[in-house]
Design a protein around this ligand. Sequence first.
Ligand SMILES: NC(=O)c1ccc[n+]([C@@H]2O[C@H](COP(=O)([O-])OP(=O)(O)OC[C@H]3O[C@@H](n4cnc5c(N)ncnc54)[C@H](OP(=O)(O)O)[C@@H]3O)[C@@H](O)[C@H]2O)c1
Length: 240
Amino acid sequence: MLVSGGSRGIGRAIVEQLAIQGAHVVFTYHRQHETAQALVRTIREQGMICHAKQCDLNAPDESRAMVEAIEEEFGEIYALVNNAGITQDKSFPTMSETDWLSVISTNLNGTALLTQAVLQKMMFRKEGRIIMMSSVGGLRASSGQSNYSSTKAALIGLTRTLSHEMARFNILVNAVAPGYIATDMVLSMPESSRSAIPKQVPLRRMGAVEEVAAPVLFLLSDSASYITGHCMVVDGGLSA
Ligand SMILES: NC(=O)c1ccc[n+]([C@@H]2O[C@H](COP(=O)([O-])OP(=O)(O)OC[C@H]3O[C@@H](n4cnc5c(N)ncnc54)[C@H](OP(=O)(O)O)[C@@H]3O)[C@@H](O)[C@H]2O)c1
């Protein structure tokens, strides 16, 4: 199993839950080397298998080389969870080109090209699962996040199209769209925006990372063998 951006937040919860279920997990991180190594140590201390690989999603050559290296060192990648993503929020008229391009490049281009590298391996084996981490921001208006919501909507489009293209190779492709989840990404929002979140959510709270990891694990399990092209919304009712 390969989880991108697995060192922190939602990705970390997915890595931990997969390891607990006995999966051989490799996760990627970008800059926070010590955070990633600490997670590997924690998981290994509990007798489970886990490896970390540094990789910048913005560098497609790095992603392709990493996929080759993982398959050589650790064996076939059965599933890819495209979890890594970033935000650079600003009102659209004042958003710089750099803010626009960096989010598109990481969340959409980086995810698509990592997926392509992994799919080329899976297609030979006629088996695999892909999960895209979208967002409710890709389903409804999200002021200040035009760049981010564009990528998250695009990932749902990519999920649907790949589900058809990959069906004959027995590869299932699904997306998960979380609402507000308590991670660094949301906790770095201004206090005024953060404190307004519970009032907007019918369940009156942010979600926990484990509450996103659980549906991801379901979509990776045998129980989800007839589900493909689906986007599972995990948002406490926010977008209902
Ligand atoms: N939190 C939410 O409320 C929420 C809601 C909806 C959707 N999501 C989506 O869920 C996913 C995880 O969100 P999160 O809140 O858990 O994020 P997070 O806590 O900010 O963690 C982001 C992860 O992505 C990695 N990463 C960042 N830039 C990267 C790059 N250029 N190349 C490779 N890896 C990179 C980070 O590595 P380093 O630590 O090394 O930088 C880290 O492991 C994202 O796709 C996000 O859009 C989150």
